[in-house]
Design a protein around this ligand. Sequence first.
Ligand code: PLP
Length: 429
Amino acid sequence: MSDKEILGTNDAKWLDSYKNVHMNVFGTPLRVMDHGQGTRIWDVDGNEYLDFLGGIAVNALGYAHPAWVKAIADQAAKVGHTSNYFATEPQIELASKLIELAGAPEGSHVYFGNSGAEGNEAALKLAKLYGRTLDGALPDIGGKPARILSMTHGFHGRTLGALSATWKPVIRKPFEPLVPAIEFVEAGNVESLQRAFNETGLGRYGKGPVAAVIMELIQGEAGVVPLGADYVKAARELCDRNNALLIIDEVQTGIGRTGEWFAFQREDLSGGVIPDAITFAKGVAGGFPMGGLIAFGEKLSSLFTPGSHGSTFAGNPLGAAAALATLKTIEDDDLLANAEARGKQLRDGLAALDNPLYGEVRGRGLLDAVELSHPCAHAVAGWALEHGLIVNAVAPNALRFAPPLIVSEQDVDECLAVLAKVPTDLPND
Ligand SMILES: *Cc1c(COP(=O)(O)O)cnc(C)c1O
């Protein structure tokens, strides 16, 4: 009996069942998927799709990569989970590897969680502990709480702490009041950041010191919008001058996505800005849920002490083994260079498409987007899906591309060929 017979084959039937038992936070799924291989995935009806979303920048090695499958299977046969009363070899190896890849200084330490939001929760908690070391920040002795500054249009996750630092009003407002002393500054505007720092002060109107600034170097969920290198450098300087931490959320941009291990390492992006902490998740374990935080240097790292933070699954050995296999394959197969080359091919190809639907192209490596002439991104993505291509309607008038880092030259050509044929007169979403 084939898999299809076991599953009963019918996409519509499965979607109906889905709706009956899942809370409707994601809307109706586009398809019910069955299995994948490389850059391709098949639905329960046997339709094949070329995947240029990669589980939203997660499936770095595509589907069912043999090294990834073997690493998880071998580890599962040994030990799939312990508590954090115990450690395992893969998690120790992984933490060292991530510190090395981030080029973090001697004394840097990792905290593992299970998602991007959890990485950011850890970063925000660490920033809060750091804030309490700043002058005038201790509320219990008449001080004012230290603040965390976040960017307009930034995205850091859906848990309450991470959501407090997430801009999009429609997803944030219904849950207010959220964590206090997290404020937004205008992304890319140095004066706005300077003003927020200047608000620190004594007296009735002065606010507490700034503990940290948190930002993405490319705002992924906002539509793949890079922050300018000059802005990032100015932010680093302002943080230095005011004893504030610079936390870079590399959840989407990290693990080779932009052609370097982390986006802050790109010369053209930041000009060599060194963060105080970075968070990671999405691609790190190639599809196994894992995320976390790297604190740069001993001083910041040591603010977390037993009891400060934790999670039952933190550093799970299956995730750690999956991550080690993912990182090793990226290294062995030179996938950073592939991300760079295929990203350029994709952006050049998009810019050259002879179809008035497409406008400005932006992004780095394999985190890219194209503007559309009118707000029809869902219709375009829907049309592409019908024609065997998965792309993402990241904004009403922009498509996002985040394919597996193993994507080939032919895959990119195939993606461009489908996009070239999208009708220009699709209705607005
Ligand atoms: C996806 C994302 C998150 C949240 O990650 P989850 O694993 O969904 O919790 C946080 N920050 C950025 C920049 C992201 O792209």
